[in-house]
Design a protein around this ligand. Structure first.
Ligand code: G4P
Ligand code: NA
Ligand code: NA
Length: 193
């Protein structure tokens, strides 16, 4: 997605060979027009999958997840990272280990919002080692619903999440794929639609 890649080129900051900061449009300040385009692109890529629900994870997955859901005309549910006061019963949970932060967290979704006949599109902002996405997959499976695909705004292809998920047979669509952050942002060579 060209507008997204341009935004990354102009506003992304390489913090290290592993980490890209995109606080001006995705992770802190959010660019609504860009998110609307991101939503349209996800909807376009997954339009034949009969998606009935979008599942994402707070906080940075919510903006792209919401815009994809708006275009697909389905609800969006976000997994919580902390226990909510009112969300106590009938939780679907998964534990997610972050190699980046070296911590494991329990994520949860109420079983009210995922049904056996749902076809779920998982959306997240970044794909690094794939642990958040795998946690969301576990939650979908626990509900009896089906994972119809995984949509990622920025995939760091030099980390193993993308291959892990694709080897498991999931259709992963990433709108920008970064092959390296050494000496600046390098995108994976691919045909631009
Ligand atoms: P994984 O799920 O793919 O295994 O990723 P990892 O544990 O490494 O990621 C931990 C957090 O860091 C996630 O956000 C993820 O989106 C984010 N992240 C990973 N790599 C990058 C990067 O290069 N740049 C930026 N900006 N973020 C990255 P989170 O802590 O859950 O936060 P949030 O969703 O509340 O923003
Ligand atoms: Na994040
Ligand atoms: Na995230």
């Amino acid at each position: 997605m060209k507008t997204l890649k341009d935004k990354i080129r102009f506003e992304g900051r390489v913090l290290s060979s592993q980490v890209l900061k995109v606080d001006s449009f995705l992770n802190h300040q959010i660019d609504p027009r860009l998110m609307a385009e991101v939503g349209k692109e996800f909807a376009n890529r997954f339009k034949k999958e009969n998606i009935t629900k979008v599942l994402t994870i707070e906080s940075s997955g919510i903006a792209p997840g919401l815009m994809a859901a708006l275009e697909l005309e389905v609800p969006v549910v976000f997994a919580r990272k902390r226990k909510s006061l009112t969300l106590v019963n009938d939780l679907l949970t998964a534990s997610v280990h972050s190699f980046t932060k070296n911590e494991t967290n329990e994520i949860s979704v109420s079983n009210q919002f995922l049904m056996q006949d749902d076809r779920v599109l998982i959306i997240d902002d970044f794909l690094a080692n794939g642990q958040a996405a795998l946690g969301l997959v576990d939650i979908v499976k626990a509900s009896g619903a089906e994972v119809a695909g995984i949509g990622i705004v920025i995939e760091k292809s030099f980390q193993n999440g993308g291959s892990l998920l694709r080897e498991k047979g999931f259709r992963v669509e990433s709108l920008a794929r970064i092959s390296s952050l050494e000496g600046g942002v390098q995108f994976l060579a691919e045909v631009e639609a």
